[in-house]
Every structure is written in C-alpha cells, then in structure tokens.
Design a protein around this ligand. Structure first.
Ligand code: EPU
Length: 343
C-alpha cells in the first residue's frame, strides 16, 4: 500500500493543461507504472469518486471550480519494437510518452505512417482517445491494438483496432469516460516508403523541391506548416483546434450551399461532408483574430482558441459559446467542441 503516498489532494490543475486554466482536482496522482494504476483505481473506488485520466493536458478545459474526482496523470514510459515482418513492424508505446517524440523515433527508425502526425501536442496514451488526425492521416489507420486497464472490471484488457469504435475525433475510450485507462498503444508501421500527400498544404510543399523525399522530409514539411498555424508565444495557451469541423448530411450541405455557394466541403464517409469551420469563421463571420478580454481566435487559424494570461474557464467557455451561436445563427450549423470539458 506504499503506492498510496502517490495520491495528493486539492492540486491546482492549470499547470497541467496547455490552456493554463483550471481549479483544483479533489484527488491527483501520477501513474508511472501499470501497478500504480491498479492502486489508484482501488483508491478512487473506495472514495466513490470518478477517474479522470489526463496526458499532456492539451485537449481539456478544466472548470475554475476544479474537478470532483481522481485526476490520473498518465506517465508510464517506454517504446519498443516487435513482430518485424518483411514490410512492417509493430511499435509499442506506453501511455506517458510524448506523442511527437514517438513520431520522431518512428521517422528516425526509417518507418512510415506517423510522419503526417508530427508536432501534435500531448501524449501517446491520449492519441487514440480522440483519434488524433492531421494532413490526411488519422491514428486509427495505424493502430493495431490498444492496451487498457478496465477500471470497471479491474483487469487489463486489449482492444483490437475494430473494437475501438474510431470515428472523426471519436473512440470508445472517449465515449466511456473514466472506464478505460490506456496503458499502451501498438501501431503497425510500414518499412516501405509511402506518402499521404493529397492534402493541399502538403502537395504544394512537395512540389517545391525544398524537402527530402522521405519520412524526415515529410515530417519537416508538417512541422513547417504547423509552426505557422499554431500559437507559440509565451503567455498564450491553446488546445489546437478547440472546435470540431462540422459533418453534414448531403441535404444539410445543399441547404447551406444555397446560401453560401463558395463554402468548401470534403466527402466524409458515404453521404456525409466535412466543412472547414475555419472558413466559416474567417470568411462568413469574419472573426479570425477576434479577441475579447483574455480570450481570442488565433489569427492564422481561427479553429484555434487562444487563452491569454489571466483567462478563466468561464471566460473561455462564454467566448466559445458566443462563437458557436454566431455559426448557428449565420448558417444553421451546430458546432461541437473538440476540447473536453472537465468539472
Ligand atoms: N481556412 C480559412 N481561413 C483560415 C484558415 C483556414 O478559410 O484562416 C480554410 C481553408 O479553406 C483551409 C481550410 O479552412 O483549406 C482547412 O484549414 P486547415 O488545413 O488548417 O485544417 P482544419 O480543417 O482547420 C484540421 C484539424 C487539425 C489538423 C488540420 C490539418 C480538426 C478539428 N482540426 O483543421 O487538427 O491539424 O486539419 O489536417 O479536425 C486538432 O485536432 O487539434 C487539430 C489541430
């Protein structure tokens, strides 16, 4: 039971989030091994308090009043390779590894698959939860298995890719909060070169001839694109995209197109279309770079909400709701948050 000394009380969450906002967690613990997890889960059950796993805190908005629960910061380290075949290899990464370090390791090992997901903040264990995606690649396309601790059944278990219910920024892990604590992610990566380069920002740079024709070149390209689209100044916080891009049925898309014939759209599964919310915010609402008090929308990517020094959760939430209402009033489109609200 010496592990119980891991558990702290009333720990301010702001420093554990990239927005830099949030009050105290009733209970807080760092899990640096799978054994820690078992103890933490037992403790939370005894206290009848919900489990709230976090990684890098780059996709959460924590309430100013704090969280009534047991926040578990997943810090389990480790990266290993196995099941090498002619064309592929399995890369197993434990939950606490920094995501971009994982991408860097895979690229420097000469493996293909993850390079388009370079520069995404957060941890490996958080990556499948919201099915991270960028530049035409989603982690769901590379996941072989996800290993978890099932807090309800109190046992370790494995989800095969098809069992993860992956969707656009969705998974079974996101939809059963506090039940599955991801301990490691196993990805199948390619030893043979291949590139996903249909995304406009990528194809433009590919033809520039300024990058090497390998995984490292692709990674550099993505990091260059991202460095212009996301804030990196001191004293500003963000969670990448704060909002999801809306997915519309073809009927709903037709309605919107009648009013706004220029609206861009991309096929998203059969009969559905994804529209870039950044375009709506920029071209229709003209709120790119808008700032109210300590909260604003980033100038070069309005999907990114920026929290300046001193911002509170209430201020951020009120601002986000205002943006949501603006989109609804102008287009009839209902916007969802990508960020997870914790209270
Ligand atoms: N656009 C504008 N004005 C702007 C910016 C963008 O009109 O100021 C329009 C352009 O038409 C552009 C389009 O919006 O082509 C799409 O913009 P972008 O390529 O930046 O991608 P996004 O759809 O806004 C999504 C993901 C990002 C991911 C990028 C790149 C979501 C919610 N966001 O953004 O993911 O990096 O694609 O693939 O799906 C994240 O999830 O946190 C995230 C950053």
């Amino acid at each position: 039971m010496h592990h119980m000394s891991l558990i702290e009380e009333n720990i301010i969450m702001a420093p554990f989030t990239t927005l830099g906002v949030g009050g105290p967690a009733r209970y807080f613990a760092r899990a640096s091994s799978v054994e820690d997890i078992k103890d933490i889960v037992k403790f939370a059950k005894r206290k009848k308090t919900p489990l709230i796993p976090i990684g890098g805190g780059s996709n959460i908005l924590v309430s100013d009043e704090g969280v009534q629960g047991m926040v578990v910061k997943m810090e389990i380290p480790g990266i290993s390779f196995n099941n090498e075949e002619k064309d592929s290899i399995l890369m197993k990464v434990f939950a606490g590894e920094d995501w971009d370090k994982v991408v860097e390791r895979s690229v420097s090992a000469g493996l293909y698959g993850l390079e388009n997901l370079s520069g995404i903040p957060g941890t490996a264990g958080a990556a499948p939860v919201q099915n991270i995606g960028a530049y035409g690649v989603e982690i769901s396309g590379l996941v072989f298995e996800v290993e978890v601790y099932d807090a309800k059944e109190e046992k370790f278990t494995v989800f095969k890719n098809e069992e993860c219910s992956f969707g656009y920024r969705e998974s079974i892990f996101k939809n059963s909060p506090g039940r599955f604590l991801i301990t490691s992610v196993i990805m199948k990566l390619s030893k043979r070169p291949y590139f996903v380069s249909d995304y406009k920002d990528i194809s433009e740079r590919m033809s520039s001839g300024n990058y090497s024709q390998d995984g490292a070149g692709m990674r550099e390209m993505v990091l260059d694109i991202r460095s212009k689209k996301f804030p990196d100044e001191e004293g500003t916080g963000s969670v990448g995209s704060f909002f999801k891009n809306p997915v519309l049925s073809s009927d709903d898309l037709q309605k919107v197109k009648m009013k706004f014939p220029d609206i861009p759209f991309y096929p998203h599964g059969s009969g559905y279309f994804k529209v870039p919310l950044a375009w709506i915010l920029d071209k229709l609402l003209k709120v790119r770079g808008l700032r109210h008090g300590n909260v604003g929308l980033f100038d070069s990517q309005p999907l990114v909400l920026v929290a300046y020094n001193g911002a509170t959760q209430k201020e951020i939430f009120a601002f986000a709701e205002e943006i949501k209402k603006g989109v609804k009033d102008a287009t009839g489109i209902e916007v969802d948050y990508e960020v997870k609200l914790l209270s």
